[in-house]
Design a protein around this ligand. Structure first.
Ligand code: GN1
Ligand code: MG
Length: 368
């Protein structure tokens, strides 16, 4: 993006000092992100994160920022009351000079800014079970901090985001249309999903009849969405609040396991490398339940492992659906990228089925 335009955007926010450096950050797939360095008096510097929101995915940035404002102020109030550090343990939104938190530029882009969290790291991959336990604790704490927040007062940022039966319906529509003639090549994978069709609505049904409550959910509980303090190693702040909305808290647990307790990356073509690391599963469960066992009800505890399998199956459905649909949603770097991704998820579901009882026992032990 042109420097001049970027400076106009920067000018709109209440940043301290003078902007001396602008560095693009390319890790995220969805939003365009910059790290800004400002020079303050006395040679001190202060950093900020500036992002333009991808409106192809997030159609309503106003509603998105409304949710982010509400939940960050809720968490901040708790931190202040309980002696936490409100500058480091929650995202701090930088206001605009004209008021509000969302800047709409002349090119129809929407921008927002946060204070940068110094002396902390976000990890892409973790093999150390102690670190993974801390991730579980951090996401568990996030859920706990928001357990007294009225989830229904938030906007549903992406409609039916984890409505698994609806995702499956959409998948069936794609299979029927078969726009690029790929269905015949993936019959085995489709069969695997079809055999589990009845299980797909179990969690949604329990939510509909009220046995599982609607909670504030994060919906992107990957490892790299937690900042770990460089000194203490503790998970201090949960990032990427764009998909925070009302949902099922169990899927946040499950998505962390799906993503972080696998022995291989999400797109590993060699399936013999894809396993569920039970030591990591145990560690995350320990951390997560240490914060949430008091807030989760019996039905939720009972379905934690099952929901983990369902969210993984849902991810397989989404990847395979996108493959059959001609790769329109997920960014791909090779022709069968989405198919490889779908296959790793199917492999993980197999692993979860094989270890199901063991996983249930671990949950039961830490929920005591
Ligand atoms: C997408 O782009 P990223 O990695 O934050 C997706 C998630 C999937 C994930 C799978 C808005 O997240 O739901 O679990 O890919 N986010 C959206 O890698 O669709
Ligand atoms: Mg994300």
């Amino acid at each position: 993006m042109q420097q001049e335009k970027l400076h106009n955007v920067i000018d709109a926010f209440c940043f301290d000092g003078e902007c001396v450096n602008i560095k693009p950050i390319t890790q995220g797939y969805i939003n365009a992100t910059y790290c800004l360095t400002f020079e303050l008096k006395g040679n001190q510097t202060k950093r900020y994160i500036l992002q333009s929101i991808n409106t192809n995915i997030f159609h309503n940035p106003q509603q998105l920022m409304y949710n982010v404002e509400k939940i960050t102020s809720h968490i901040k109030a708790k931190l202040i009351k309980r002696g936490g550090n409100p500058q480091r343990e929650v995202l701090n939104i930088i206001p605009l000079k004209q008021g509000g938190s969302l800047y709409h530029d002349t090119d129809n882009r929407y921008w927002r800014a946060y204070l940068y969290i110094e002396d902390a790291t976000a990890f892409d991959q973790i093999t150390d079970s102690i670190l993974f336990e801390r991730c579980g604790k951090a996401f568990g704490k996030f859920q706990k901090q928001l357990s007294d927040f009225d989830a229904n007062s938030l906007y549903e940022i992406i409609e039916g985001f984890h409505n698994t039966p609806r995702r499956y319906q959409h998948f069936c529509d794609i299979m029927r249309d078969d726009p690029v003639n790929r269905v015949n090549d993936v019959i085995t994978e489709i069969q695997f999903i079809k055999e589990r069709e009845k299980e797909l609505s179990v969690i949604m049904d329990l939510m509909k009849n009220g046995s599982i409550p609607v909670r504030v959910t994060h919906n992107d509980t990957k490892l790299n969405n937690i900042m770990m303090d460089n000194q203490t190693g503790e998970g201090i702040c949960v990032l990427d609040l764009d998909t925070v909305m009302p949902g099922c808290g169990l899927f946040d647990f499950g998505d962390s396991i799906r993503n972080g307790a696998s022995t291989a990356s999400e797109d590993e073509p060699d399936l013999s490398k894809v396993m569920l690391d039970m030591t990591l599963f145990k560690a995350y469960t320990k951390g997560f339940l240490s914060e949430t066992k008091e807030i989760l009800n019996k039905t939720e505890i009972k379905h934690l492992v099952f929901a983990t399998k369902i969210i993984t199956l849902e991810q397989a459905i989404r990847f395979l659906g996108d493959y059959i649909n001609g790769d329109t949603y997920y960014r791909i770097e090779r022709p069968q990228h989405n198919l490889d991704r779908a296959r790793t998820q199917i492999q993980l579901v197999k692993e979860m089925e094989a270890h199901f009882d063991e996983m249930q026992q671990i949950v039961a032990d830490y929920a005591k």
